[in-house]
Each structure stands twice: as C-alpha cells, then as structure tokens.
Ligand binder design. Structure first.
Ligand SMILES: CC(C)(COP(=O)(O)OP(=O)(O)OC[C@H]1O[C@@H](n2cnc3c(N)ncnc32)[C@H](O)[C@@H]1OP(=O)(O)O)[C@@H](O)C(=O)NCCC(=O)NCCS
Length: 148
C-alpha cells in the first residue's frame, strides 16, 4: 500500500504517471525476487495502462504476480487499485506487464524455477503472457529483418 502525497503530483494536480510506473516496477521486482530466490533486473515494460486519473491523497494497492516463466526471464503482471480513503471507494486504475530477468551477483542471467499454475485464472494469465512474448519476439524479428 502506498499513500500519494503532494510530491507525487504532476502539473495538472493529479498523480504523475511515472510515480505509478515506479511503484509497479518495485512491486514486479519483489515478485520476481520471491519467485526466483535472488536478484532480478527489469528487462522491459511491455504494457502500462492508465484507466483513469489518480488524485493526490488516494491510497494505492499494488498486487503483483508472476504470470509465466521462461529460461531466465519472468513476466510479472501488476494490478493497481486506488482507494479514496474518506469514502472507501476503490477503482482499478492501472495494469502493467513487466519482464524481469533473474541475475547472478555479477549481473549474468540465471535460470528460474518453473511455475506451477493451478487455478483457471493462473492458466489464463500464463497463456496471455505467452502471447505477449510471441508478439514481442515477432515484432523484434520483423524490425531487425527490415534493417538487413
Ligand atoms: C536484462 C539483461 C540481464 C539481459 O541480458 P542479455 O545479455 O541480453 O541476456 P540474454 O540475451 O541471455 O537474455 C536473458 C533473458 O532476458 C530476456 N530479455 C533480454 N532483453 C529483453 C527485453 N528487452 N525484453 C524482454 N526480455 C528480454 C531474454 O528473452 C532472455 O529470456 P529467457 O532466458 O527467459 O529466454 C541485460 O540486458 C541487463 O542487465 N539490462 C539492464 C537491466 C537494468 O539495468 N534494469 C533497470 C534496473 S533493475
């Protein structure tokens, strides 16, 4: 949970998008550390949605989960909810997908443990993560192919 104060504001008086991105990055990092049992780095942020503005004074709750794992990388999904403390009203404000890579002490990629998916939701998230990875790799190949 994170309370948003005046130093988190943008020039329009709402919470700066970069503040939410940083919190998502931290939540994803912790999730990656828990799953891999060691240090991780952020390799990329695939997607970040901003569904509606967040006001100063709101309370953010971030939930991060490892959606899928490959050899040394993991996709972590982060769901952000904002609460207006006075009314208790909660809104889903952001979703982010980040790729975290497990690394050794000297920064080299290391293998991560497999992921056990049990619920229907976990299987659905894993399949969606596979689709995003396929798309990311296909996009990279297409762009690199165009340069040759
Ligand atoms: C991420 C990093 C460790 C990858 O190193 P690398 O030498 O490219 O290693 P590899 O080519 O073996 O790739 C390792 C894994 O990273 C993944 N990866 C590399 N770049 C990626 C990118 N831009 N987006 C998503 N995944 C990426 C690869 O797909 C591979 O995953 P897999 O083993 O599960 O198949 C390296 O680029 C790095 O240290 N980057 C800086 C990270 C950083 O400073 N982050 C911000 C602060 S935490």
């Amino acid at each position: 949970m994170h309370w948003l104060g005046p130093t988190d504001a943008n020039s329009a008086g709402f919470v700066h998008g970069g503040v939410v991105m940083k919190l998502c990055d931290s939540a994803a990092g912790l999730s990656g550390v828990r799953h891999s049992g060691g240090r991780v780095v952020t390799a990329g942020m695939d997607r970040m949605t901003f569904n509606e503005p967040i006001e100063i004074g709101e309370l953010l709750t971030l939930r991060a989960a490892v959606n899928a794992v490959w050899r040394t990388s993991m996709e972590v999904g982060v769901r952000v909810e904002a609460e207006r403390p006075a009314s208790g009203e909660v809104r889903h404000t952001n979703t982010a997908y980040l790729t975290m890579v497990a690394v050794t002490a000297d920064g080299r990629p290391r293998e991560v443990p497999g992921l056990v998916c049990e619920s229907d939701d976990e299987h659905r998230r894993q399949e969606a993560a596979q689709t995003r990875r396929r798309n990311r790799l296909a996009e990279r190949d297409e762009i690199l192919g165009g340069r040759r």
